[in-house]
Write a protein that binds this ligand. Structure first.
Ligand code: G6P
Ligand code: 1S3
Length: 603
C-alpha cells in the first residue's frame, strides 16, 4: 500500500511574479532552472505569472486552448467569466508551458477581495501601494485557476504548487482554507522586514530575535506585505528559503523554521566557453580598455598592461549591497598601493541604477574623440604600409627607409590637432552620467577624496545604469563586461543569496563575497579551500564595519600583487568549479521540497 502511494505521479506548478517578467533575482532563479525542471517533469510542469503586454510580446508565444486538458478546461472556464488568461510557451531555453493572468481583468474586484481577505485572514490592506493591489488581483486569478485545475485533475496526479515570494502568494491562505487538493511549497527569497531593517538598524543580525514583526511592519508602512508573507509561510505545507542566513529571518519575522534551504544555481552550460574563456577575457578587456583610454588618457595616461578592472554591480542598496564598505576599502587600498609604490592602476566600476538625465556629454565626447584618433592612426598605418611596400619592392638597397617620409602632412597635422584638442587639465569624471541628484556613492567619494586625481592608484568609474549591449560607452553586454574584468567585488551586508558572484564564477572571473550573503555562506559550507578557487569571503558576521573594510582592502591589495600568470591560473580554477552551481546539481533540493510537500499533505 505504502509503495503504491509513493509511485503516484506528480504535476508541478511554479508561481512567481517574475515568471516572464524580469524584476530581479527571482527571474534568474525561475528562468535558469527551467531546462532542468523540464527535463525532469516534461509535460507535467507549468509556470504561472502576471501578463504584461510589453514583456509578453518579446518572450511569450500563445498556444491554442482546447477543452482536452485540465489546463485548457480551467482556462476556458475563466475566460467564460470574462477573465483574461493567456496560455502558451515562454520563449526561453526549455520552452516551458506558462499561463499568464491579466491583472486588469480582475482589478475592479480588488476592494471586494480585500474585504474577504480581512474577513478570513485578518490581513489589513487599507491604503496599500499599487503593487500590493496588483498582487491581490493576481492572487485571486491564481486562486480561481488552481481551484479549477485541481477539480479537473481526473488523472489524480498529486498537484504540487510552488509559490515564490509573497507577491505570488496572496491567495495561499485561501487555497488552504478552501481545502483545494494541492500540496504547497512557499519559498521566500528575502523577507520584507529584513530588507528594511538591515539597512536601517545597526547590528541588525545581533538583534534579529528581538524585533516585534508587526510593530516594525507598521512602522515601515509594509504591514500588508509582511502579513501576506507571514501568512503564506505559515500556511504552506513546506516553507523554504535560499540560505541559512535568511532562514534565521524566517524564524524571527515569519514565525516558522523553514524545512529546507534551496540554494540558487545557474544554467552553467550556457556560459561554458571551455578553453575559450581566456581568449574572451582578453577580447572584452580590450573593449573596456578602449573606454578607459577615452575616459582617462585625455588627462592622465597609465600602463594598460598594469591596469586591473574591478567592478561591483546590483540594485542601488547602498549598505545592503556593500557599496559603502567597498568605497571605504578602496580608499585604504589607494593608500596602501601608493605607500608600496605599486606600478599597478586599479579601475573600479560601480554598475548600478540611479535616476539620471543622460550620459554626461563630455564623457561621450571624449570617447568619440578617442575613436577619431584611432581612425587617424589606422589611416596613417595604411598609408605607411602601402608606401613601404612599394618602396621595398622597387628598391635594391636592403636599408629600411625612413617611415616618417611616408606620412602625409595632412594626416600628421590632423592627428596632432585632434590629440591636442582632446588633452585637458580637467580630472576624469567619477560618474559617467548626469545624475538627477547627489547620492551616497558621490558623497562618500567626496569625503574620501577618491576623485580620479592623477596620483591616485585607484580610479573610479561610477556608471549609474545597468550595462546593455547598445550602451555607447562600452559596446558590451553585461556578461561580456564581466568577462573583461579581473575581479567582482560584492561584500554585501544583506543578501539572501546574491547571484552576482556566481555570475562571475560562471565566466571564470574571481570574486569577493561576504559571509552575510547566502552565496558566501554556502561556499564556506561546501568548500573549505574556497580561496584556492578564486572566491574570497569578507567576514562581516563577527567583525565590525571598520575591521571588515580593512580586511577587504587587504584582499584587494593582495589581488593587485598577483602576477599575470597567477591571474590566468586563478581564472582557470574558478571556471572549473562553476559546475557545482549548475541546476543539474542543485535541482535535487527542489525535488526534495516537492516530495516533502506531498508527504506532509497526505498526513
Ligand atoms: C588571457 C589571454 C592572454 C592574456 C591574458 C591577460 O589569459 O589568453 O592572452 O595575456 O588573458 O590576463 P590579464 O589578467 O592580465 O588580463
Ligand atoms: C532576492 O532578490 P534580491 O536581489 O531582491 O532573490 C534572489 C534570488 O533568490 C537572491 O539572489 C537575492 O539575494 C534576493 O535579494
Amino acid at each position: 500500500m505504502e509503495k503504491k502511494v509513493a509511485e503516484k505521479k506528480k504535476f508541478l506548478v511554479e508561481v512567481a511574479w517574475e515568471t516572464c517578467n524580469q524584476v530581479g533575482g527571482i527571474y534568474t532563479v525561475i528562468r535558469t532552472k527551467v531546462p532542468s525542471m523540464v527535463e525532469k517533469w516534461g509535460d507535467d510542469y507549468l509556470l504561472l505569472g502576471p501578463y504584461f503586454p510589453q514583456t509578453a510580446a518579446a518572450e511569450f508565444e500563445a498556444l491554442p486552448v482546447t477543452d482536452e486538458t485540465p489546463i485548457g478546461r480551467a482556462i476556458l472556464s475563466m475566460r467564460a467569466l470574462g477573465l483574461q488568461v493567456h496560455y502558451g510557451n515562454w520563449l526561453i531555453t526549455g520552452k516551458p508551458k506558462i499561463v499568464l493572468f491579466d491583472i486588469a481583468s480582475m482589478y475592479e474586484q480588488v476592494d471586494v477581495i480585500k474585504g474577504k481577505i480581512w474577513e478570513n485572514h485578518k490581513i489589513s490592506t487599507l491604503g496599500v501601494e499599487e503593487l500590493v493591489n496588483q498582487t491581490i488581483a493576481l492572487g485571486e486569478l491564481i486562486r480561481i485557476f488552481l481551484t479549477q485545475f485541481a477539480a479537473e485533475n481526473k488523472s489524480k496526479k498529486d498537484i504540487v504548487v510552488h509559490f515564490h515570494e509573497w507577491m505570488a502568494s496572496t491567495c495561499l491562505p485561501d487555497l488552504k482554507k478552501d481545502k483545494v487538493k494541492i500540496s504547497t511549497v512557499f519559498t521566500t527569497h528575502a523577507t520584507m522586514l529584513g530588507r528594511y531593517l538591515a539597512g536601517n538598524v545597526p547590528n541588525f543580525y545581533d538583534v534579529l530575535d528581538k524585533f516585534d514583526w508587526h510593530k516594525e511592519a507598521v512602522h515601515y508602512g509594509i504591514e500588508a506585505q509582511a502579513s501576506f508573507e507571514r501568512a503564506a509561510a505559515q500556511k504552506a505545507d513546506v516553507l523554504t528559503t535560499v540560505s541559512d542566513i535568511t532562514a534565521k529571518e524566517c524564524v524571527a519575522f515569519l514565525g516558522r523554521i523553514p524545512e529546507l534551504i534551496l540554494p540558487n544555481g545557474l544554467n552553467i552550460q550556457r556560459f561554458a566557453a571551455m578553453h575559450e574563456h581566456q581568449n574572451l577575457h582578453s577580447l572584452y578587456k580590450k573593449r573596456i580598455s578602449d573606454f578607459v583610454m577615452g575616459h582617462f588618457f585625455q588627462n592622465q595616461a597609465f600602463d594598460l598592461d598594469q591596469t586591473l578592472y574591478l567592478f561591483t554591480s546590483g540594485r542601488f542598496e547602498y549598505s545592503n549591497k556593500g557599496y559603502d564598505i567597498t568605497l571605504d576599502a578602496l580608499e585604504i587600498l589607494n593608500r596602501k598601493m601608493k605607500e608600496a609604490g605599486s606600478k599597478k592602476t586599479v579601475i573600479m566600476f560601480f554598475i548600478t541604477k540611479q535616476p539620471y538625465h543622460s550620459i554626461d556629454p563630455e564623457v561621450l565626447h571624449s570617447r568619440a574623440v578617442l575613436d577619431e584618433i584611432r581612425e587617424n592612426c589606422q589611416a596613417i598605418q595604411k598609408e605607411v604600409g602601402d608606401k613601404l611596400f612599394e618602396a621595398a619592392a622597387s628598391s635594391n638597397d636592403l636599408q629600411l627607409p625612413d617611415l616618417n617620409q611616408f606620412v602625409d602632412e595632412y594626416w600628421r597635422l590632423r592627428l596632432r590637432r585632434t590629440v591636442q584638442t582632446w588633452k585637458t587639465n580637467a580630472r576624469p569624471k567619477v560618474v559617467t552620467h548626469l545624475l538627477k541628484q547627489e547620492d551616497d556613492i558621490i558623497r562618500n567619494l567626496h569625503r574620501t577624496q577618491l576623485l580620479n586625481n592623477p596620483d591616485d592608484k585607484v580610479k573610479i568609474v561610477y556608471h549609474p545604469d545597468f550595462i546593455v549591449s547598445t550602451n555607447p560607452l562600452f559596446g558590451l553586454d553585461y556578461g561580456q563586461f564581466v568577462r573583461g574584468c579581473h575581479l567582482g567585488v560584492f561584500p554585501s551586508y544583506y543578501e539572501p543569496w546574491g547571484y552576482t558572484p556566481l555570475e562571475c564564477m560562471a565566466r571564470g572571473v574571481p570574486t569577493v563575497t561576504s559571509d552575510l550573503s547566502g552565496f558566501g555562506d554556502y561556499m564556506m559550507q561546501i568548500m573549505r579551500d574556497y580561496e584556492q578557487w578564486g572566491v574570497s569571503v569578507v567576514n562581516r558576521k563577527t567583525q565590525n564595519y571598520k575591521e571588515s573594510a580593512e580586511q577587504l582592502a587587504n584582499m584587494l591589495f593582495k589581488f593587485t600583487q598577483q602576477t599575470q600568470r597567477d591571474r590566468i591560473t586563478q581564472r582557470n580554477r574558478v571556471e572549473s568549479i562553476a559546475d557545482t552551481f549548475d541546476w543539474s546539481n542543485l535541482r535535487g533540493y527542489y525535488d526534495t521540497a516537492h516530495e516533502l510537500a506531498v508527504l506532509k499533505k497526505r498526513k
